[in-house]
Design a protein around this ligand. Structure first.
Ligand SMILES: [Zn+2]
Length: 415
């Protein structure tokens, strides 16, 4: 690279390869499944590293078993404030016997690091932590401010984690946020679809199964309601600003990263009937049905517009009541933000095709920065085995993510 400081940073990473892999392995072995979300052991792994590196940090604790770790330094010259964010909790493991290598092993086999949280997102959080440590070493050369936020509780939307931190500690908002959640190295996420979770409760008098003339059936109403709700996917949406162009340009990469068909659903409403319970016995007309529905909203769609459509549907089903369970608005940052160019240029220099900016299907804590108008970008490994068995991250991809975060954080601060 033309910049001697960047060469130095890369040389440090090369010299630390084994240490980085060991750090991630130990991080995976420090189990932090959520639920229950106890991250004490994994947080201790992080603070042990910060202490060994003589890096000051503080804990922000809203729930004693779910600490958040914050560190920050000011560079001597004024400049931008970059915030690095990653979570330490991981999905639970449903069936350990389905894993080829132990779910909490952190085993390195054939160039891949295995274990729950390897991809989502202990590799990315490791990138954030080590980025902070490397840049701290050269802080006298830097401009602006760097903040590290390592949070608990992301898998359950962060009431004690990033949500708490952002609501109560405005010093972690910054000017830009960089996050290493899984994106696949082909794509860089500048936005996320939103979600709206609704519960429908259907109540009828109920009857003997041979007497359908006596009562409407809650299960049959549920079936009609499912069909009507599926119609929400036809809602059209105007994609804002330069989002449409970015998404059109990234169709092939989205399909590769998220599976065939992904590029079609990114700009559309989708409806998942996640839970459906009705009836208690084969020969009874069900008097109650409960349905929980997970609606995902593209950038440009609003909760209000979806709820207005749902109200029209409910007008046709007088025996159905609705409750809202959860809502996260769709969110996005400018795909033309300097951080996008910086990440792309560093990938190119590292011999990796520049990632295309895309909108993700699922939610991350990055949304909390975007909700406060702080641009936030996600660049991390592919979500291999995320939520299922044999979650893993290839060693070379992990090291590439570390290099990209380190160099991009440096470039952003030096602008
Ligand atoms: Zn995650």
């Amino acid at each position: 690279m033309a910049d001697a400081t960047k060469d130095q940073l890369l040389a440090w990473i090369d010299a630390d390869k084994d240490k980085l892999v060991r750090f991630l392995g130990d991080f995976i072995r420090a189990k932090s499944p959520n639920p229950p979300g106890n991250t004490l052991e994994a947080a201790a792994h992080v603070t042990r590293f910060l202490e060994a590196e003589r890096l000051a940090y503080r804990k922000v604790v809203a729930e004693p078993t779910m600490p958040n770790i914050v560190a920050a330094f000011d560079a001597p010259k004024p400049g931008k404030h970059l915030v690095l964010n990653g979570h330490i909790d991981v999905f639970a493991v449903a069936d350990e016997s389905k894993w080829t290598h132990g779910a909490w092993s952190g085993a390195v086999v054939d160039g891949k690091i295995y274990g729950r949280g390897s991809a989502d997102m202990k590799a990315g959080t490791t990138a954030s932590i080590w980025t902070y440590a490397y840049l701290h070493r050269i802080k006298e050369k830097l401009k602006g401010k760097l903040t590290l936020t390592v949070v608990s509780d992301e898998e359950t939307f962060g009431p004690y984690g990033a949500n708490y931190l952002m609501a109560n500690h405005p010093e972690v908002h910054g000017d830009c946020c960089l996050n290493g959640e899984p994106s696949s190295i082909d794509t860089l996420r500048f936005g996320e679809k939103g979600l709206l979770w609704l519960r429908f409760i259907i109540e009828t008098p109920g009857s003997h199964g041979a007497y359908p003339h006596r009562s409407a059936s809650a299960s049959k109403i549920a079936a009609k309601l499912i069909d009507d709700l599926e119609g929400l996917s036809a809602l059209s949406v105007e994609l804002p600003g330069n989002v449409a162009g970015a998404l059109k340009d990234a169709r092939a990469e989205m399909e590769r990263a998220l599976g065939a068909g992904a590029s079609d659903i990114v700009p559309r409403v989708t409806v998942n009937i996640g839970l459906l319970q009705a009836g208690i016995k084969v020969n009874m007309t069900p008097s109650q049905a409960v349905m929980e529905v997970d609606i995902r909203m593209p950038v440009g769609m609003t909760r209000e517009r979806v709820l207005a459509e749902v109200a029209k549907i409910l007008a046709r089903h007088p025996l159905v009541r609705m409750e809202e369970i959860n809502h996260n608005a769709p969110n996005w940052s400018d795909p033309g933000h300097p951080m996008v160019e910086i990440i792309q240029a560093n990938c190119r220099a590292l011999g990796v095709p520049p990632p295309k900016p895309v909108v993700s299907l699922g939610c991350t804590d990055a949304r909390l920065w975007r909700y406060r108008n702080v641009p936030a970008f996600v660049y991390g490994p592919a979500p291999a085995g995320m939520g299922g068995a044999d979650e893993h991250v290839p060693v070379d991809v992990f090291l590439h993510v570390v290099r990209t975060h380190v160099l991009s954080a440096y470039d952003y601060m030096m602008r």
